[in-house]
Write a new protein. Structure first.
Length: 231
């Protein structure tokens, strides 16, 4: 396609003040995504308090058709790849290595064993690679961090088409089937209060986004070759 751009990186931010604070700018290859704006066409952002960057990833999936490679960056974690990936390749921002602690142990310590058990059960039974993904989380010690990466649009589509139906299954197990976006936010906050207390609820109601980060990491490590780590 003649007008296909080689790369579009979306920098996701959550507060207008972060534009000046972190020097966020749009360029030929970089666009800003205001994950907290809920104007027409961005209604999915209502779920930002629970889904965090995943709401941006969902919107980008539905609305980006003119670029060969897609990047997701966090307002505090930005990078430009030295070489654009081909299909089956990915550039990432950071790989965490927790030494003797597994990804599952680290997750349970911060986000609770209940959510871990549901995630493992759902991913393990999701498709023919599910056992590998579950083992990666249960026994692996490395995590592709912060949902920050650059991959081809073809691979991005493959990943999110796998990811979001799986997250829907996990959501159903953890909070049931919400009647609306507002109801879903209430359910996530109630879940957080129940398991972590009122003072920690704003953080822990993002349970589904923490789960999504682990699943994205496992999918990347199984399906793509990492050709560059920014740091």
């Amino acid at each position: 396609m003649a007008d296909m751009k080689p790369l579009t990186i979306w920098t996701v931010y959550h507060d207008d003040a972060q534009i000046a604070e972190y020097g966020l700018k749009e360029t030929e290859t970089r666009k800003l995504y205001a994950n907290h704006h809920t104007d027409a066409g961005h209604e999915v952002n209502v779920l930002n308090p629970a889904w965090s960057e995943l709401t941006a990833m969902f919107w980008i999936w539905w609305n980006t058709t003119d670029t060969r490679c897609i990047g997701i960056n966090h307002y505090r974690r930005q990078f430009e790849p030295k070489r654009l990936p081909n299909n089956g390749e990915v550039c990432i921002y950071q790989m965490y290595d927790w030494g003797k602690e597994t990804v599952a142990e680290q997750f349970a310590r911060h986000h609770g064993k209940n959510a871990l058990d549901v995630m493992i059960d759902c991913v393990g039974n999701h498709d023919d690679k599910g056992e590998w993904y579950a083992d990666n989380i249960l026994y692996g010690h490395q995590l592709v961090g912060n949902c920050c990466f650059v991959m081809t649009t073809k691979d991005y589509d493959r990943m999110v088409e796998w990811l979001f139906p799986l997250l829907k299954k996990i959501r159903r197990r953890l909070i049931g089937d919400p009647e609306s976006q507002e109801d879903e936010l209430k359910r996530w906050r109630d879940y957080a209060v129940k398991h972590f207390g009122e003072e920690h609820a704003d953080y822990h109601m993002r349970c589904i986004s923490f789960i999504g980060e682990r699943l994205i990491s496992a999918w990347i490590m199984k399906n793509l070759t990492i050709i560059e780590t920014a740091r």
